[in-house]
Ligand binder design. Structure first.
Ligand code: CA
Length: 231
């Protein structure tokens, strides 16, 4: 059964779409902010992504651009009905289709069926995911990581932390978000846990941990993973 990832922050609207898609027999995943949506898209490999533009934390255009560098998952963007600019921008970024809000559910479901039919006929990338930035490589499925050709020995949390950082490279991630992703939202502790693990991780991946080049501290917010330009 096809899985559809819905990235939409208006709760009642998202619930209505979810209800109708589930009635059609699709499995529906829902994210109400951009970072969570991007994360689900990468982790769950849905058959279709229905993507709103205005979203908290990371907008739909950015998500579309990032995903297009990594996969050919079909993307349907939700735009304001009259907004030609949004539609053109979305298609230029590689969205497969767009639908203007407000729209009828009948039209929406017909578009969903059409996109899924089209993509079924095309071969999809199913190769295992290898995350790479500079000399750092991470293979989430086998839980292995390398610096150059040297395999790194990372405890579970440090591995999860590195995976989360490299997946979202170039984006500032707050300590709270990292806590949520790596330790889970029910973790009892504070953000210093993140700082401690970042220090340990730097000792393993940075050539000079005192002057980190991969894991940048963003003062007052959190961390950003960046491959140095000369790496
Ligand atoms: Ca929105």
């Amino acid at each position: 059964m096809p899985t559809i990832l819905l990235i939409e922050d208006e709760f009642t609207f998202a619930e209505a779409l979810r209800y109708n898609l589930e009635r059609e027999g699709y499995l529906v995943l829902h994210a109400s902010d951009g970072i969570h949506g991007l994360d689900l898209a990468r982790r769950e490999l849905p058959n279709l992504i229905v993507l709103d533009i205005m979203l908290p934390r990371l907008d739909g255009f950015s998500i579309c651009r990032i995903l297009r560098q990594e996969s050919d998952v079909p993307i349907m963007m939700l735009t304001a009905r009259q907004d030609e600019v949004d539609r053109i921008a979305g298609l230029e970024l590689g969205a497969d289709d767009y639908i203007g809000k407000p729209f009828s559910l009948g039209e929406f479901l017909a578009r969903v069926r059409a996109i899924l039919r089209r993509s079924e006929r095309q071969p999809r990338h199913t190769g295992r995911e290898l995350l790479e930035a500079g000399v750092i490589k991470v293979d989430p499925s086998s839980r292995r990581a390398w610096r150059d050709s040297d395999e790194l020995t990372l405890p579970q949390k440090e591995f999860d932390l590195l995976t989360c950082l490299i997946r979202h490279h170039g984006i500032v991630l707050s300590r709270d978000l990292l806590l949520d992703h790596v330790w889970g939202s029910d973790f009892v502790g504070d953000s210093r846990t993140v700082d401690v693990h970042i220090r340990w991780l730097r000792e393993k991946i940075e050539y000079d941990p005192a002057r980190p080049r991969y894991i940048q501290t963003v003062r007052g917010i959190g961390y950003r993973f960046e491959a140095p330009a000369d790496a």
